[in-house]
Every structure is written in structure tokens, then in C-alpha cells.
Design a protein around this ligand. Structure first.
Ligand SMILES: [Zn+2]
Length: 224
């Protein structure tokens, strides 16, 4: 009995050591931290956390709400520059947080430069291969029922996370990384699922296994 227990203990130690060698600590982004910024829709916060876990299998953590960074304010349109928000998240929120990725979440209108437009309103922005993203529910919520706004927001969240995980636009219509081309109607038609090539990309580049779904079980994410 005692001998057997000792053998088991040794086996466990060996297994843990092997795992630690095979998987360097920095290999995979696994914790996505959501940080509410300025005015935000509190009811959507747990929904986007579940949406991230559903598609990517990542752990999520809610950080304390922060004011919008003053440097991001774009006076001519009274809205907030998403690029400046990403800088704020990387410089002032991420360090020491223990998070792999930080996602700002707000219901303030956000914008970026999209030539030829100096200031173009957007649903979200994610750094390709970086550590920060920001999503606004402002445009996704206008004139639609809460459930539709929530579904749109979850889709945008997972699209922006896809950028952070290294994916650019492209692929088939209906895939998460398909470009919304500036319209929420495109997003409404999408199922919100990663296409097989997108899932392979994330799994290969981050040495992780993420969930496979054949259809989006929205009730699990919207109202479990
Ligand atoms: Zn995009």
C-alpha cells in the first residue's frame, strides 16, 4: 500500500515536470480580462465573458471599471479614439494584472482612422497579434432588442479577440474573421462561430485546443 502510494507520487512528479517542459509559461494566452471603460452596459458584461469562454475556452476575469482615458477623447465628434484606448490598456491596465489579454468594454462611441475617413465610428478594434482590444456596444445596440444587441456584441468581441490572437480579415463570409464592412447587418447574418481554418490557426499558433461547435447555442451564452 505504502509502496504503491510512493510510486504514484513519483509518477505524478514526473508527469508535471514533463508538462512544464513541454509548455513554457508564456506559450498560450489563456486569461482574457474585461475592463469596463466609462459608461458601460453592466448586463452585457457576463454575457461577453461567457461568449469568450464558449468560443475560445479561455478563462475570463472582470477587472475594476476605469474612466475613459482622457487622451482618447476626440473633441470634433465627442467620441473616443480606439487606438488611444488600446495604448492605455497596454500601458496602464495590463502590466501586473496577470492577464494575457485585456479587453476594454464600453457603451461610449469609439472610432479610428479608416482612409479616406479621418474619424470613422467602429464596433471594436483589436491589435493583430497584440494584447489589447476594445469593444463598444453603442452601435450594436441602436434600435434593436436587447437579445439582438447582445448577440452582435458577442460576435464583435470574438472577432476582436481573433485579431489579438493573430488573425487578420479574410476567409469565407460567415466566419468570425470576415470583415463586417462597416455594417451590423453583415454581423446579424453570421452564426458567430470560428470556421475550421480559424480554429486551426488559433490552436496551432497558441498550442491550445479550443472548443468545437456545430451551431451557436445562444441560450447558454445569453441566459444560462
Ligand atoms: Zn476586424
Amino acid at each position: 500500500m505504502r509502496r504503491s502510494a510512493a510510486a504514484t507520487a513519483i509518477a505524478v512528479v514526473v508527469a508535471v515536470t514533463t508538462l512544464a517542459t513541454a509548455r513554457p509559461a508564456a506559450a498560450a494566452p489563456t486569461t482574457v480580462c474585461v475592463v469596463p471603460l466609462g459608461k458601460f452596459d453592466a448586463k452585457l458584461v457576463p454575457i461577453i465573458q461567457r461568449g469568450i469562454a464558449y468560443i475560445y475556452g479561455f478563462e475570463t476575469r472582470l477587472l475594476p471599471a476605469r474612466a475613459m482615458p482622457a487622451a482618447a477623447f476626440y473633441k470634433p465628434r465627442k467620441r473616443w479614439r480606439a487606438d488611444a484606448i488600446l495604448s492605455f490598456l497596454n500601458d496602464s491596465v495590463l502590466p501586473g494584472s496577470g492577464c494575457s489579454i485585456v479587453m476594454g468594454f464600453t457603451r461610449e462611441d469609439i472610432s479610428t482612422t479608416k482612409p479616406p475617413f479621418e474619424d470613422w465610428g467602429i464596433l471594436g478594434l483589436g491589435q493583430i497579434g497584440g494584447t489589447a482590444s476594445v469593444v463598444s456596444s453603442f452601435r450594436a445596440s441602436r434600435g434593436v432588442a436587447r437579445s439582438k444587441a447582445a448577440m452582435r456584441t458577442v460576435k464583435v468581441v470574438n472577432h476582436e479577440l481573433g485579431h489579438v490572437l493573430g488573425m487578420d480579415h479574410g476567409g469565407e463570409p460567415g466566419c468570425v474573421m470576415n470583415d463586417a464592412a462597416g455594417t451590423v447587418k453583415t454581423i446579424d447574418k453570421e452564426p458567430g462561430l470560428l470556421c475550421p481554418n480559424e480554429r486551426s490557426f488559433v490552436e496551432d499558433h497558441h498550442e491550445i485546443v479550443i472548443p468545437t461547435h456545430t451551431r451557436f447555442e445562444w441560450p447558454l451564452v445569453l441566459s444560462p
